[in-house]
Write a protein that binds this ligand. Structure first.
Ligand code: ZN
Length: 535
C-alpha cells in the first residue's frame, strides 16, 4: 500500500487527483475557489458511450480529502450536502476521493443518492484502496509522488568489471519519464562508458522547474546542482534537467544551457528548455517524434561537449550543430541524431566510439516510435493546467487583515511599496465585505495570487474568520496546509486555530514598520526563484 502521508498537504493531494483524472481521460473543466461552506475541488467532465453507441457527456464534481496524516476517515461533516452542491454546479456525477476511508454513513449516503430515481445524480467514492490500485496503473505518477528520488540504477549489474566513466543523472520529467526510461535502458545496454540513471526531483525543485517564467543559465545550474546533490551524486557526475521556463544567457531564448567545465560553478550541469522545444514542435508540420528527438539530441550534445567535442556554427544536421537557431534545429531533426564527418573523425581520434553507439541506438529508437503524441498531450495538459492554476504569483506579498486594523496594514503596504515589493493591498480598500468570505478569499490568495500572505492576527480578525461553526474546521485546515505561505503579525494575543505556535510570529508592538519590511525583504531574497519569476 502506498504511503499517503508522503503527500505534503491538501493542495498536493488535489494535484495528484487531478493528474489521475486527466490520465483516465477525464477532462478538467475548472478548479473553482472553495466556497464559504464546503469545498468544490475540481469540476470535470467525462464522455461515456452507452450500449447503443450514443455518447453522453457527464459533468462531475470531484472532491479531494486528504486526512492521511491524521489517519481519520472522511465524515459527513467534512462533505456537507452533496446533492445541493452537485446541483448548484450543474453536475450529474459526484466523486469523493480520499487518502483514507469514508465513514459508513457517507458510504450509505452516496449509495442512496445513486439508487434514488428522483435524484438526477449518481455518486461514488475512491478510498485509499481504490486510489492505491489506480496509482499503480501510472508508474510515473507513482514515482513522482511516492518513491525515492533515485529510481533507475538497475543496469549497474550489466556493467561487468568496468566502472562507467561518466555517471549521468537525467531528471525524470513528469511529461516523458516513461519514454526516458525506455531510451535510457537502450543506452545502458548498448555501451558502458556512460551510466544513465533517472533522478526524481524534490517537489519544491520540480515546482520551480515546471512553473512558467524565465530563468538565467546560472540559476538553472544551481537548481540542477541541488537536484544532483539530493540524489546522492557528486559534482563529478553529470546531470541534465528539463525546465519549462524561458532560458536566457544572452538576449535570446535558448534550447539549452550547460556548464560542462570544471571551472564553471557548478560544473557538469545542463538545462534543456521545454518551452523552446514546444515552440519547435509547433513549427514542425510532420508527425515526427520531434520532442523525443530533441530531447535525445540535446542529451547527446551535452555528453559530446562534456568529453571535449565542440559545437560548430556551420549547420550540417549534426548533433554538434550550434543549436540555438530554430531553422537549424529543424534541419537537424530531419536528419535524426547523427554526427557529421569532421565530428566523426574527431570522435574516432578521441577513442569515444561509444558516442556512435548512442547515436545509432537513438536513431533506431526514434524510427520505431514514429510519434510523440502522448508526450505532447501531457505537455499540453500541463499548459492547460497552468492556465487554470496560474502557477506564477501575481504578488510577492498579500496583506490580510480585519477592517479595524486597516491603519496598520496601510502603513505596512506603503512601506513595502516604497521598497519596490509587489504588494497586494488595493482590493482591501474596495471590499469592506471581504471579511464575510475570508475563507475563499484567502484560498484564492494562497493558491493563486501571492507568494506570501501577511496576516494581521487580532481579535477582530479571528471573529471574521470563525463566523460559524461549520467553517471552522475547513478554515483551520486551510491554515495548517498553507503554513509556509503565512507570515503572521500579532496585534494582540488572540489564538488563531490552525496557526501553530511554532510558526514564527512577529509582534506588532515590538516591531517597527521598517523592521517588519526588512524581515519580509530578507524572506523574499532568500527565495531565489522569486527573482527569476520577474521576467
Ligand atoms: Zn558535426
Amino acid at each position: 500500500m502506498l504511503d499517503f502521508t508522503l503527500i505534503e498537504n491538501g493542495e498536493e493531494f488535489e494535484q495528484l487527483c487531478e493528474e489521475i483524472l486527466i490520465r483516465k481521460g477525464i477532462e478538467i473543466i475548472s478548479k473553482p475557489f472553495r466556497g464559504p461552506d464546503y469545498g468544490v475541488d475540481i469540476l470535470a467532465s467525462v464522455i461515456v458511450t452507452d450500449k447503443l453507441g450514443i455518447k453522453e457527456k457527464h459533468r462531475v464534481l470531484v472532491e479531494c480529502k486528504n486526512f492521511a496524516k491524521s489517519n481519520r476517515s472522511v465524515r459527513e461533516s467534512d462533505i456537507g450536502n452533496v446533492i445541493e452542491r452537485a446541483m448548484s454546479n450543474n453536475c450529474n456525477k459526484y466523486l469523493l476521493i480520499t487518502s483514507t476511508t469514508v465513514s459508513s454513513v457517507i458510504s450509505h449516503q452516496l449509495e442512496g443518492i445513486t439508487n434514488n430515481p428522483s435524484i438526477p445524480l449518481s455518486a461514488t467514492f475512491w478510498a485509499k484502496n481504490d486510489l492505491d490500485k489506480i496509482i499503480h496503473e501510472f508508474t510515473d505518477i507513482k514515482e513522482r509522488y511516492f518513491l525515492h528520488k533515485k529510481i533507475s540504477l538497475k543496469h549497474k549489474s550489466t556493467v561487468l568489471n568496468e566502472e562507467p566513466r561518466i555517471n549521468l543523472g537525467i531528471h525524470s520529467h513528469p511529461d516523458f519519464a516513461h519514454e526516458l526510461e525506455i531510451i535510457i535502458d537502450i543506452w545502458n545496454n548498448n555501451q558502458k562508458h556512460v551510466l544513465f540513471s533517472l533522478i526524481r526531483a524534490r517537489r519544491e525543485l520540480e515546482t520551480q522547474l515546471i512553473s512558467s517564467g524565465s530563468i538565467s543559465e546560472k540559476e538553472a545550474s544551481y537548481l540542477a546542482n541541488e537536484m544532483r546533490k539530493e540524489a546522492g551524486f557528486s559534482e563529478d557526475d553529470s546531470i541534465i534537467q528539463f525546465c519549462e521556463k524561458r532560458l536566457y544567457g544572452g538576449p535570446y531564448h535558448q534550447l539549452f544551457a550547460s556548464g560542462t567545465d570544471h571551472d564553471e560553478v557548478p560544473p557538469n550541469t545542463a538545462t534543456i528548455s521545454l518551452k523552446f522545444m514546444r515552440l519547435l514542435a509547433d513549427n514542425k508540420k510532420e508527425k515526427q517524434p520531434a520532442i523525443h528527438s530533441m530531447i535525445i539530441q540535446s542529451i547527446l550534445h551535452v555528453i559530446s561537449t562534456g568529453i571535449g567535442l565542440n559545437a560548430h556554427d556551420e549547420t550540417r544536421g549534426c548533433i554538434m550543430d550550434f543549436d540555438n537557431n530554430m531553422s537549424d534545429i529543424l534541419y537537424g531533426l530531419e536528419n535524426g541524431p547523427k554526427y557529421c564527418n569532421p565530428c566523426k573523425k574527431q570522435i574516432t581520434r578521441m577513442g569515444a566510439k561509444f558516442l556512435f553507439m548512442l547515436a545509432n541506438s537513438s536513431r533506431e529508437y526514434l524510427n520505431s516510435i514514429k510519434t510523440d503524441s502522448k508526450t505532447l498531450i501531457r505537455m499540453e495538459l500541463r499548459e492547460k493546467r497552468k492556465e487554470l492554476t496560474g502557477d506564477k504569483y501575481d504578488f510577492d506579498i498579500a496583506l490580510s487583515f480585519a477592517g479595524e486594523d486597516r491603519d496598520k496594514a496601510e502603513s505596512l503596504a506603503n512601506a513595502l511599496k516604497e521598497r519596490n515589493i509587489n504588494v497586494f493591498y488595493d482590493a482591501f480598500q474596495k471590499a469592506e465585505l471581504w471579511g464575510q468570505d475570508l475563507y475563499s478569499y484567502l484560498s484564492d490568495l494562497y493558491r493563486f495570487r501571492a507568494k506570501y500572505c501577511v496576516v494581521f492576527v487580532s481579535e477582530q480578525y479571528s471573529k471574521k474568520l470563525w463566523t460559524n461553526h461549520e467553517r471552522k474546521s475547513a478554515q483551520e485546515r486551510a491554515f495548517k496546509e498553507n503554513q509556509t505561505y503565512i507570515l503572521p503579525i500579532r496585534i494582540d494575543n488572540t489564538e488563531i486555530p490552525g496557526l501553530l505556535s511554532t510558526v514564527g510570529y512577529l509582534n506588532w508592538n515590538n516591531e517597527s514598520v521598517t523592521s517588519i519590511v526588512n524581515l519580509i525583504i530578507n524572506k523574499l531574497e532568500n527565495d531565489r526563484i522569486t527573482a527569476t519569476n520577474t521576467q
